[in-house]
Ligand binder design. Structure first.
Ligand code: SF4
Length: 229
C-alpha cells in the first residue's frame, strides 16, 4: 500500500516536470526567466516597500525606452496614500528631474489638489510608463505590456482606496479599452479591485482652459469618495 502511494507521488512529480519542460519549449527562456523572478518575488511576498522595489527595478531596460531616458521616473508621494494618481508617461521635465508631474502640468496638478484640500505629498503620483517616449508620443502597446506590471506592484504595496486616472490615454491603458473622455468621465470603474475614476490630464487643461470646469466637477466627486474612505 505504502509503495503504491510512493509510486503515485513519483508519477505526479514526473508529470509536473514534463509540464514545466513543455512550457519552456513553447514559451522559451524569457518566460522561464520571468517565471523564476516572479516566484522569487512571491517567496518574498512581493516587495515589502516601494524603496525595495525601486532598487530592484530602477535599471530596467525591458523595452527600448530604457536606453533613451535621462532618468527613470518611478513615482512620488505618500506610500500609504488612500489615493493614487496615474498619468501616461514622463515628459521632458519629468525625464530631466526623475519625478512625475513637475513641469507646468505638474504645477497645475498641485493647484487642483490644493483646491480639494489635498497636498501633493499626501497622494501618490505615478505614470503608466517609467521612461519618456521620444517626442512625448503616446505609449505603445508593447511598452505598456512590459511596464504596467511595475505600476501594478506599486498599487499592491500602497493599497489605495481610489485610483484617479489623469487623461484618456492612461485610463485606456489601465482598462484595456479605447473609450473617449466623454464615456470615461463621471463613472466609477474598477482596477485591481480598486475604485477608479477618470479626469482630464492637466496638460489638456493648459491647452484648453475650457476643460477646467469639468475637471473641477470630477475632482469634487473624487474628494467626496476620498472623504468617505
Ligand atoms: S518604460 Fe518601463 S519597461 Fe520600458 S525600460 Fe522603462 S521601466 Fe522598463
Amino acid at each position: 500500500m505504502k509503495d503504491n502511494i510512493t509510486i503515485k507521488k513519483l508519477e505526479v512529480i514526473e508529470l509536473a516536470r514534463r509540464y514545466m519542460l513543455q512550457q519552456r519549449d513553447i514559451y522559451g527562456n524569457q518566460l522561464w526567466g520571468d517565471f523564476k523572478v516572479k516566484n522569487e518575488r512571491r517567496a518574498k511576498n512581493v516587495y515589502s516597500s516601494l524603496g525595495e522595489m525601486y532598487n530592484d527595478v530602477k535599471e530596467c531596460q525591458k523595452c527600448p525606452l530604457g536606453s533613451l531616458r535621462i532618468n527613470f521616473v518611478f513615482g512620488v508621494g505618500n506610500p500609504n496614500s488612500k489615493i493614487v494618481l496615474i498619468g501616461e508617461a514622463p515628459g521632458r521635465d519629468e525625464d530631466l528631474k526623475g519625478e512625475p508631474f513637475v513641469g507646468r502640468a505638474g504645477q497645475l496638478l498641485n493647484k487642483i489638489l490644493n483646491a480639494i484640500n489635498l497636498k501633493r505629498e499626501e497622494v501618490y503620483i505615478a505614470n503608466i510608463l517609467k521612461c519618456r517616449p521620444p517626442g512625448n508620443r503616446e505609449p505603445q502597446g508593447s511598452e505598456v505590456e512590459l511596464c504596467l506590471p511595475y505600476l501594478n506592484e506599486q498599487i499592491l504595496i500602497i493599497k489605495p482606496k481610489i485610483i484617479l486616472s489623469l487623461g484618456r490615454v492612461a485610463a485606456n491603458c489601465l482598462l484595456k479599452t479605447k473609450m473617449n473622455m466623454k464615456d470615461l468621465r463621471g463613472k466609477i470603474f474598477s482596477y485591481m479591485g480598486i475604485r477608479m475614476l477618470v479626469t482630464y490630464h492637466p496638460a489638456a487643461l493648459l491647452r484648453n482652459p475650457g476643460l477646467k470646469r469639468p475637471t473641477w466637477e470630477d475632482v469634487q466627486f473624487v474628494k467626496k469618495l476620498y472623504d468617505e474612505t
